[in-house]
Design a protein around this ligand. Structure first.
Ligand code: FAD
Ligand code: DLZ
Ligand code: SF4
Length: 504
């Protein structure tokens, strides 16, 4: 009895639930490069090279372990996963299709049509690479209006006994985020993450992507990501040994010319399955116990993976499909054209967009407080914002991109994720970065043609959304300041904002 085991491009883990249930002598493993997956949004070229190369390497690895792998290379006839299944079923006697649950709602919907379309049994297994199942998260969310990440994170620390001692958090505190907010000095010595010389597989894929997807966003030069597990593991260990110790201290800071700061640059490897979340957490915890890194670094890093990553996945599956259409602030503007070109005088945006274009990467605070903050302040429609983030980052998959955008950046979910919008003026950017030094705008000026646009856009955002935000208890102080503002000041904020938004 032959089963067809479908393995998606973000399921490249040899111990994934579908492969644990594989009968190596009888079953066929199907992996397919699919046209619509590459084009339903025009993914960054480096992201496509990463995904196709990692898929090809993984198929090769499974083959060498004796699995019977059917790998479909990119071709015009296979437009969807359904096409890939159809052609494979026609050529083989298949009794059942088995797969690990896909990470995306859109693909889950497609799979639901297969049972009747192909008259075949479909078995879907849980993706237990996540440390909190969709069911468990549902229970956590039961009867809660707001889902507080910190509560969730503490539960996860206890559940997995991570950084715990006698039932108490190691270091006497659950959270060291106050020690994650230092501004980096200009002359700080920062090692780059570990990068790799590419082998034949990415070389071939680069030619393919150049040929077929040349009109997609992003640079292809100097592709140097890990594309197989052995490399991804090296990258993780290099980070733990050489970079994690300062991750905590400078987690929120930004320096021109330093796209990675002390961040791990492993999200794309975890999201594809080349690294497992629990091994990254364990590596950081061990480094702390060995005295290699301080608690604010280990805890800060573990919080991102055991806390944020799991929480974001939980929110996505709890709230989809409604989550994709939320727009609490009724934001309607288009995405500024310069998000595709980096041609702007606002230096912070120029640097972050340039780096995104070059590396298919920006670190969290760049994504949230520069790129996202600006789109929030000018009132960009969430649909365009989601599309941009899904395209431009090598680690972007809808399950993780969308709650970060709709919840964290745009407050489109009315505060399900964050207790207030992450809106900030130029003062925050100046405090956490050195971008303002090289900017043609003046961060200290509040109004007028040379004033930093973030300054008046911030107040304009508060004015515009007053009815929706003034009752939020965390906004009370800022709204009382606004209430005391003279009318002429408010008029110039509105006029400067109108003029600036029209100009973009
Ligand atoms: P580090 O800073 O070293 O953090 C370690 C790990 O923690 C990351 O590799 C990642 O797995 C996890 N992590 C950290 N923050 C988050 C978070 N907020 N949500 C989920 N996981 C987190 N992350 C993605 O993986 N894919 C996305 O598509 C994505 N889109 C984002 C969009 C916006 C608007 C924002 C604000 C954040 C987004 N993030 C996304 C989260 C975060 O920015 C990236 O995970 C991080 O920048 C990846 O770089 P790193 O591996 O160096 O992370
Ligand atoms: C992102 C992506 C791309 C660009 N291409 C493929 C592909 O050709 N084949 C594949 O199996 N997966 C691809 N992926 C990842 C899928 O979008 C991801 O696996 C699904 O969203 C699972 O839900
Ligand atoms: Fe950005 Fe304003 Fe600073 Fe320029 S002055 S870099 S626009 S925050």
């Amino acid at each position: 009895m032959t089963k067809l085991i479908l393995v998606f491009g973000d399921q490249l883990s040899s111990n994934i639930s579908s492969l644990r249930n594989c009968n190596q002598t009888n079953d066929i493993i199907l992996m397919s490069e699919v046209y619509n997956e590459a084009t339903h949004v025009k993914h960054h070229k480096k992201k496509l090279v990463l995904i196709f190369s990692a898929m090809r390497h993984f198929a090769k690895e499974l083959n060498s372990k004796g699995y019977n792998v059917k790998y479909i290379y990119l071709n015009e006839n296979i437009k969807s996963f359904t096409d890939a299944i159809d052609t494979t079923i026609q050529k083989n006697k298949i009794k059942e299709i088995l797969l690990t649950e896909p990470s995306e709602y859109r693909v889950t919907k497609e799979i639901k049509t297969w049972q009747s379309k192909f008259s075949i049994n479909i078995q879907i297994l849980e993706d237990d690479r996540f440390l909190c199942s969709r069911e468990e998260f549902k229970n956590f969310a039961l009867n809660k209006k707001q889902l507080i990440m910190e509560t969730f994170y503490r539960n996860m620390r206890k559940k997995y006994n991570i950084l715990m001692q006698n039932g108490k958090p190691v270091g006497g505190k659950w959270n060291f985020d106050k020690e994650n907010r230092n501004k980096a000095p200009n002359n700080l010595n920062i090692n780059f993450p570990l990068f790799f010389k590419i082998d034949e597989i990415p070389k071939e894929v680069i030619l393919l992507v150049n040929h077929k997807f040349n009109d997609h966003f992003g640079d292809l030069e100097n592709f140097n990501f890990a594309t197989k597990r052995t490399e991804a593991l090296k990258s993780l260990h290099y980070f733990i040994q050489n970079r994690l110790s300062l991750f905590g201290k400078y987690q929120d800071s930004m320096l021109e010319g330093h796209p990675w700061m002390f961040h791990s640059h492993i999200s794309m490897y975890i999201n594809l399955g080349l690294l497992l979340p629990n091994e990254c957490i364990n590596a950081a915890e061990n480094a702390y116990h060995q005295g290699l890194v301080p608690i604010n670094a280990a805890e800060g890093f573990i919080r991102q993976i055991l806390g944020w990553r799991e929480y974001i996945n939980g929110v996505y599956w709890l709230k989809m499909p409604k989550y994709q259409n939320l727009n609490f602030l009724n934001a309607k503007k288009n995405l500024p054209q310069f998000y595709w070109t980096a041609e702007t005088k606002l230096n912070c945006l120029k640097q972050c967009i340039n780096e995104t274009q070059q590396n298919a990467y920006a670190h969290h605070i760049q994504r949230l407080m520069i790129l996202g903050n600006f789109l929030l302040l000018i009132g960009t429609n969430p649909r365009y914002v989601n599309e941009w983030y899904l395209i431009v980052y090598a680690d972007a998959f809808e399950w993780v991109e969308m709650p970060n955008v709709n919840g964290m950046v745009l407050y489109a979910d009315e505060g399900l994720l964050s207790s207030k919008p992450y809106a900030a003026s130029g003062a925050y950017i100046n405090k956490m970065s050195n971008y303002c030094k090289n900017c043609s705008y003046n961060v200290k000026e509040k109004n007028g043609p040379s004033a930093c646009p973030f300054n008046y856009l911030y107040w304009n955002f508060l004015i515009k959304n007053k009815n929706k935000l003034k009752t939020n208890h965390r906004m009370k102080i800022i709204y009382s300041t606004l209430d005391k503002m003279p009318k002429e000041k408010i008029d110039s904020i509105k006029a400067d904002s109108r003029c600036f938004i029209e100009s973009i």
